[in-house]
Design a protein. Structure first.
Length: 318
């Protein structure tokens, strides 16, 4: 028996917020509702910004795809802009964008479309800014509205996203679970280590440590973010085939790294930093250089030497 499912949540970050309300019908029971709620919290507490209304609607519908949608309302807001979109029976019925300056409303665009086809849609614009490029703003808004009118969910992974999951399963021996923040760190660390062992996956890594405590790839970060609405991802081998030779190599490196770091997230990050510092000057040859690595990574010298010896021995095997 299908029962009514209603959920509304507000998520707040510095200077911006997201509110949504969803009404639908469900058949999977209370346990599934708890899993859905946990996934919503994981995704929208972790995402860096709420400003992309199209992505937010897509992610919500992807997470809630097993419910029969009857109503959806989404509002995103920051200090200068508020955007609201509303759907009934999966059809867009209203879109509103308000721009404020010094807490005063200076621009308002409102679009409404009735569910019946008896009357057409309406577009209302109030421009107190006297924008010189108003026609461009209107065109951009109409393009956004047009894209929001499509009912879309992300039903499957793109090839590059699936490929990440395939490599993750080989390296860590389990499926990636994007509800856990540490999974992103594990993916970043995995590809940095594999790159260090001359398995090139075309990810460039930032090693300035300005944003993170270990090397990371911005391109990889963006791809990982697109995976988040799927939560725990079951593995279906992608169309990008990994040759058996490289499968064995990835699996062997992963097993050894997990054993060396005891699969602990902090140890994994520390190992990446040691790899970076060791490779930076090609090769360190005396104890003074290893002391420098110890200082930069804030690790005891004995642990640095263990990691260096481990990585060199592993490269001989690989």
């Amino acid at each position: 028996m299908e029962e009514k499912y209603i959920i509304s949540e507000t998520y707040v970050k510095e200077n911006e917020s997201l509110y949504f309300k969803f009404v639908g019908k469900e058949t999977k029971g209370e346990k599934y509702e708890m899993q859905t709620s946990a996934l919503l919290d994981s995704v929208f507490n972790k995402v860096k910004t709420y400003q992309d209304i199209r992505r937010t609607v897509l992610w919500l519908r992807t997470i809630l795809k097993d419910y029969k949608e009857e109503y959806l309302k989404v509002t995103i807001q920051n200090k200068q802009l508020e955007v609201q979109v509303e759907y009934r029976s999966k059809k867009l019925v209203s879109f509103e964008a308000k721009k404020t300056k010094n807490e005063k409303e200076v621009f308002n665009l409102c679009y409404t479309k009735p569910l019946s086809n008896l009357s057409g849609s309406t577009l209302y614009i109030e421009d107190k800014m006297l924008l010189k490029d108003l026609d461009i703003k209107i065109k951009e808004a109409l393009n956004l509205i047009s894209s929001l009118e499509e009912y879309r969910i992300k039903e499957e992974l793109y090839l590059d996203e699936q490929h990440i999951c395939d490599v993750y399963k080989l390296f860590y021996g389990q499926n990636p679970n994007l509800t856990k923040k540490e999974t992103e760190i594990r993916i970043q660390a995995m590809f940095y280590i594999l790159n260090n062992f001359l398995l090139d996956f075309s990810y460039e890594f930032n090693t300035t440590f300005e944003r993170t405590l270990f090397p990371y790839s911005l391109k990889l970060e963006q791809t990982i973010e697109n995976l988040t609405p799927f939560g725990e991802i079951p593995i279906v081998e992608s169309e990008i085939k990994i040759q058996d030779f490289y499968k064995r190599k990835i699996k062997m490196i992963g097993e050894n790294v997990r054993n060396e770091t005891k699969n602990e997230i902090i140890a994994l990050m520390q190992f990446c930093k040691v790899l970076h510092e060791e490779e930076k000057e090609l090769r360190y040859v005396n104890m003074a250089d290893y002391n420098k690595i110890s200082e930069k990574t804030e690790l005891e010298l004995a642990k640095v030497l263990d990691y260096v010896e481990f990585s060199r021995n592993l490269k001989k095997q690989a």
